[in-house]
Design a protein. Sequence first.
Length: 259
Amino acid sequence: MRSALMGLVSLAVACTACSSAEQAVRDISVTASVPVPTPTAATPVPTAAATLTVAPGATVSVEPEPEPSATAVPTSTTSAPVASRTSTATPAPTTSAPTTSAPSEEPADPLASRSPLETAPPTGQPTCAASTLTVTDAGRAYTLSAVQTLFTLRTSGRDCQLEGYPTVALRDAAGRALSATVRRGGYGLPAERPAAVTLSRGTSVSFYVATAREQGCAAAATLVVTLPGTKQPLTAATTAEVCDEQVGITPVRRETDDE
């Protein structure tokens, strides 16, 4: 009986000790300061450092935690979509040096309008003296149905003027007159009303002789012309032709007066 009673007392004391120990464990406050760094693929996660506060009179047995192995925390690898950008290179504009056209070998068109070298003297001048005038074959122009020969006039004397149609005749290389009817206008030439034109040493006037554009025409070698208001005929070497035994002429005029 005594032994049983002592066993109960011992059990009670043990229970009281257990309760005290259990209470002491409850009074333990654990303050943990765990810094949480941003995990990276090469940074291990550090362990939490614990601070224990134990009530007086309590016996606490704390087993050390095993050191965790440095395990790399895998990081999720996210591949950002790369925008596919196609760059189309715009070719730089090329500049080509301006090309220079080769000069034409063809003679200048005698029908092209040409300005006089100086302003013509005013009308009202005396009639030109034939002895001061020269006549020159300035070339031919061709149309679909006619050949037009331009003859220019210049003076070596004082200012003078001419007005009217010239009188012309054509001769061959032997000096024989070619059969030709001369009319005013025709073959692309206008039958215009004459107007007074003036001459100085720096200017020129002109007239045309035209004929049909055909085969088998008679070639002239000399033009014989008597200018309006004069009586002395003048001559000029020429390459004009006579077709159908007809030619047309214009009055003496300044080339820039042409429409």
